[in-house]
Design a protein around this ligand. Structure first.
Ligand code: SAM
Length: 315
């Protein structure tokens, strides 16, 4: 099968993100989503040569192929939900900044055997961490109607989720849905697997397929659960004046980050002082900046990225 992984990843809004972090030379930084390392390399370039440290997390061991040869850099092969434990392990009690560029890399979409893309025939996997148990096949074959409704509506934002669930149910009673093409055919029954392993599907089905695959990926990797845990830890670790930059690609995660930055808590509950002023541990620096036209033309996958940056307030 054709491997399309010429580029591991192209970072979105690289300059804007690095500007937003306002990196302090000699500071301690964390990039919780290393991927192709584009953002990490840029952080190192701004960190100054002495004393600065950068910890880069990725739960996918494939990211190690982009390892950086630099004494200031440490790779942490872990889910970022364990940020607190790892910082304790390395004796770090406070950090100057943190970056999260959420979701998957180009590598995940372009590497056929990982099962993230409806373009290629592959096992229906979608795990970023290949040692975890839950696969996309397990989700589509074992989840009941209520569970499928939750993920297709919330994570896939599918208006026609009821119909899609009926198709999935109809397909799985006859045969387990084990491969990407099995899932594609629940929606597009005439989809063909070509000799080179690509799946040929009529353009009219692609929007729904993208939403369905996205919903499953978010569930398989518990992306929102990990984000919630990481945000709370990051708030506690950040020094006053330290900054957190988050790039989101989905409205649910974006709303979560937006409300967290506004309120300092996951519920988004706004507290006010005696005078009615909003009390939050953060000052919001970037409120959902999007890539400009030039970047979207050069890197169409940056189209859905939103950058939010907040600074921990002195307290
Ligand atoms: C959008 S890419 C980041 C790209 C990176 N900024 C760059 O410049 O190449 C997201 C990366 O984060 C990793 N990732 C996503 N969620 C994670 C999590 N909960 N814990 C650790 N790594 C995660 C993915 O495996 C992927 O490599």
């Amino acid at each position: 099968m054709r491997i399309m992984d010429a580029v591991y990843h192209i970072p979105a809004m690289l300059k804007e993100t690095i500007d937003g972090l306002a990196i302090k030379p000699g500071g301690v930084y964390v990039d919780v989503t290393f991927g192709g390392g584009g953002h990490s390399r840029a952080i190192l370039e701004n960190l100054g040569m002495e004393n600065g440290r950068l910890f880069s997390f990725d739960q996918d061991s494939d990211a190690l192929q982009n390892a950086i040869d630099d004494e200031r850099w440490t790779f942490v092969h872990s889910n970022f939900r364990y940020l607190q434990n790892w910082m304790e392990y390395y004796g770090v009690t406070q950090i100057d900044g943190l970056l999260a560029d959420l979701g998957v890399s180009f590598h995940h979409f372009d590497c056929p055997e990982r099962g993230f893309s409806f373009r290629f025939s592959a096992p229906l996997d979608m795990r970023m961490n290949r040692t975890s148990k839950m696969t996309a096949a397990a989700v589509v074959n074992s989840y009941n109607e209520a569970e499928l409704t939750r993920i297709l509506r919330l994570y896939g934002e599918m208006g026609n989720y009821k119909q899609v669930i009926r198709y999935i149910h109809r397909a799985r009673v006859n045969h387990p849905i084990e491969r990407t093409e099995d899932l594609v055919r629940t929606i597009a029954s005439d989809a063909q697997v070509l000799e080179n392993g690509e799946i040929e599907v009529a353009p009219k089905y692609k929007k729904d397929l993208a939403k369905l695959f996205q919903a499953l990926r978010i569930e398989v990797n518990d992306e929102l659960g990990a984000l919630r845990e990481m945000l709370v830890t990051a708030k506690n670790l950040l020094k006053p004046g330290g900054r957190m930059a988050v790039l989101t690609y989905h409205s649910l995660e974006d709303r979560l980050v937006k409300n967290f930055f506004k309120s300092g808590n996951l519920e988004g509950t706004i507290e006010k002082d005696f005078y009615g002023n909003v009390v939050s541990p953060f000052r919001v620096i970037e409120k959902g900046r999007m890539a400009d036209e030039e970047e979207v033309a050069r890197n169409p996958r940056s189209r859905s990225a939103k950058l939010r940056v907040a600074e921990k307030i002195e307290n």
